[in-house]
Design a binder for this molecule. Structure first.
Ligand code: NGQ
Ligand code: ZN
Length: 457
């Protein structure tokens, strides 16, 4: 397939009349100049690489906005987590599939073309395994197939309720696995992959996975897939750092790095509370930092020193995590605005490659996200997935914007309805702002929410 775009972001520059050749496998074969014969089939607007969403808990979409009331005492990450646990109690496989398809549809319409699903609700409400133990993993994979988003499914290992081998809480009963059962689950999901639906692993956190178990699991998984992505929540809350220091004498990222396991397959989600040695250790290891600025803001996590990570050559990507926002622009803006508020300066994340802040942030997050999802490359380039978003630059709100500033305007200025067409692996999923299956997916979501609210969730 040959796609001719009026404009496209190639490397750090907006080019005109760009021809993108897509192979039958859904990967980009070549990117070059359109020829005069191409002139009749031009797709208007600006084509950019689709944004990978490197961190999602799909089911949490249905509780976004519900935990915004003041409790009797101080509200925190931990009180939100209790509310989330109560919500989890009622979810069925059908609910998880319906919510998942809906949130993935919202992602596509917002310009995310792939998602790493950090999936940790595995068991029945009473904590026993489903007859098919991978039922809920398959439900979220099915949701991705229905919506047509590329998905890296990350079944999460969860074994303890806190540092130092604390027992799991009753509220965590749907999450837990013995190591051998978890490895079975992973192997079964690897066997059932299909185009655009791959598997990695998540280690829920150092609170939930004892450090001795990390080595065993990573070793076994590497034996099955030497390049498989490994994601972990780490150092999100100050309390978590204090508890880790108490139990181990180490800070969480320090403890993780000292295992010697972390390399470029890893995505450290949040990594909010790190010191300079930890930040340089992550960069040297080639791991990606998974930033989820809207969720981190919502949960009161803290501020991440993205300027220092970028200056150290570290990689990052973005995730919508709890889905209080589903918009890559908002994550990128907030990552930068947190720094502007903190440093009391402007255009804080910078480098020599481009003076354009929006372009820099967008490209860096595409590249880091692709790596976190185990994809060969990010961006419009030969060998990358044909995951492409076309922005409607004919909107009045783009009036007067020069080509080189288009992505800055996309990221930093209000532009409702700007994502017009979205392609995943060479297939159009959204055209003219409408997803090919949106009414069925929306109906199933509404029905699931009606069931859940009738059940008192
Ligand atoms: C999660 N969410 O797994 O959904 C977590 C909360 C925890 C974020 N960390 C639970 N944002 O970390 O224990
Ligand atoms: Zn998370």
């Amino acid at each position: 397939m040959r796609l001719i775009f009026e404009k496209a972001l190639v490397d750090a520059a907006v080019q005109s009349h760009v021809a993108v050749e897509v192979g039958d496998d859904g990967a980009i074969v070549s990117v070059g100049r359109a020829t005069p014969e191409d002139a009749r089939h031009v797709i208007p607007g600006l084509a950019v690489a689709g944004m990978p969403n490197l961190h999602s808990h799909a089911f949490q979409r249905a509780m976004a906005g519900t935990a915004e009331t003041a409790g009797s005492g101080a509200d925190s990450f931990w009180t939100w987590r209790d509310a989330m646990y109560r919500f989890v109690d009622r979810l069925t496989p059908d609910d998880i599939a319906a919510i998942g398809a809906y949130v993935y549809l919202e992602m596509l319409r917002a310009g995310y073309t792939s998602v790493a699903e950090f999936h940790y609700v595995h068991h029945q409400p009473d904590g026993s395994a489903y007859a098919t133990p991978e039922a809920l993993s398959l439900a979220v994979r099915q949701a991705a197939a229905e919506a047509g988003i590329r998905q890296l499914l990350l079944p999460a290992l969860y074994q303890t309720g806190g540092f130092g081998g604390q027992p799991v809480k009753f509220a965590q009963r749907r999450f837990i696995h013995a190591t051998d059962r978890f490895l079975n689950l992973y192997a079964r999901l690897c066997e059932r992959e299909s185009a655009g639906l791959s598997t990695g692993i998540a280690l829920h956190s150092l609170r939930a996975v004892p450090v001795e178990v990390l080595g065993e699991v990573v070793g076994a998984v590497t034996g099955i897939d030497p390049h498989g992505p490994i994601h972990v929540h780490v150092a999100e809350q100050r309390q978590e750092v204090l508890d880790c220091l108490d139990a181990t004498g180490r800070r969480p990222v320090q403890l993780l790095l000292e295992t010697g396991l972390v390399d470029d397959r890893w995505c450290l989600v949040h990594a909010t509370h790190i010191d300079s040695a930890e930040l340089h250790g992550i960069s040297r290891a080639g791991a990606v930092v998974g930033l989820c600025p809207t969720t981190e803001g919502n949960l009161g996590d803290g501020r991440f020193p993205l300027d220092e990570l970028h200056a150290a050559g570290g990689r990052f990507g973005i995730g919508s995590d709890s889905h209080v926002s589903i918009d890559p622009r908002e994550e990128l803006r907030l990552a930068e605005y947190n720094l502007r508020l903190w440093r009391e300066r402007r255009v804080v994340v910078r480098d020599a490659a481009t003076v354009h802040s929006g372009t820099l942030l967008y490209r860096a997050a595409v590249a880091g996200g692709a790596r976190a999802l185990g994809r060969p490359l990010g961006g419009l380039a030969p060998g990358a997935d044909a995951d492409i978003v076309v922005l409607d630059t004919a909107l009045p709100s783009f009036a007067g914007v020069r080509d080189e500033a288009l992505v800055d305007h996309y990221v930093f200025a209000p532009r409702p309805g700007v994502v017009r067409d979205v392609m995943v692996g060479g297939q159009w999923q959204v055209l003219g702002g409408r997803h090919r299956a949106e009414s069925a997916v929306e109906r199933a979501y509404v029905a699931a929410l009606a069931r859940l609210s009738a059940a008192g969730a």
